[in-house]
Design a binder for this molecule. Structure first.
Ligand SMILES: [Zn+2]
Length: 258
């Protein structure tokens, strides 16, 4: 067993015994990992309260070679996620980030960019950053990392540039916009307003182009009129991708931030 140091976001904590728990971690260097934290439930346990949902921690892991759980031997708190104490919408958004990380990545498959994006997103949610924009950019980053960023300019089937009509056909299972010729007979096609596709396009440019991100990112804002539809499209897209509706989907936008 090798002892490995890395940073991690705590995605899930499940009680395991009177004194221990099993934690799901999204680590910087090893991706998603399940680990046993012995003594974590003791009041003066070895982790000093660092085992907290969505906290960013520095950890030491004893990696098991087989399918067995790793052993968490150290966890030092780097940053606690506090946004939930202020606003319910920020708490839900944080849970949603954890669910996306958990659903879109495989055990032991590292995604360092996604880790950094998740850390930045949780930090942004902890400040006054706007929730809908922050979440959309994280969703698009997660899709980019998972190789499922939808095609938003070119027809996902034939590659032709799709006309900028008032409403544009979007294939949930095909993974992007569809031209008039490719649309008929396809399953899982929804008609999406141009404003929503445009917002997704701008968001995608921001997450794929870091120069763009630093110049335009802070000014990126979603018109209130499109937010409901945009949320429905993203929820639907993720449901098609992972094969079931994400649990937190129904809570996003339910509590609109002011
Ligand atoms: Zn086409």
């Amino acid at each position: 067993m090798a002892a490995e140091k890395t940073r991690a976001i705590i995605l899930r904590v499940v009680e395991f015994s009177e004194t221990s728990c099993v934690v799901t971690l999204f680590t910087e260097d090893f991706g998603k990992v399940g680990a046993l934290a012995k003594g974590a439930r003791r009041p003066k346990g070895p982790f000093e309260g660092a085992i907290d949902l969505l906290a960013l921690v520095r950890i030491v892991l004893l990696r098991k070679s087989s399918d067995a759980l790793d052993l968490l031997t150290e966890a030092k708190l780097e940053r606690r996620f506090r946004a939930g104490q202020r606003e319910l919408s920020r708490l839900y958004a944080g849970y949603y980030v954890a669910e996306l990380l958990s659903e879109l990545t495989e055990q032991g498959d590292p995604h360092r960019e996604l880790f950094r994006a998740a850390v930045a997103t949780l930090a942004a949610l902890d400040t006054d950053a706007r929730v809908p924009e922050t979440l959309l950019l994280f969703e698009l980053t997660a899709l980019l990392e998972a190789g499922h960023l939808p095609s938003l300019e070119q027809c996902v089937v034939c590659g032709r540039t799709v006309e900028n009509e008032k409403r544009i056909a979007f294939g949930m299972t095909s993974g992007g916009v569809l031209c008039e010729e490719c649309r008929p007979g396809r399953r899982g096609v929804v008609s999406v307003s141009q404003g929503v596709i445009e917002a997704m396009r701008i968001g995608s440019e921001l997450v794929t182009d870091t120069a763009e991100q630093s110049s335009r990112g802070p000014h990126f804002s979603l018109a209130p009129a499109i937010q409901g539809e945009l949320r429905a499209v993203m929820n639907n897209y993720f449901a098609h991708l992972v094969g079931h509706r994400l649990k937190m989907s129904d809570y996003l936008g339910a509590v609109s931030p002011t």
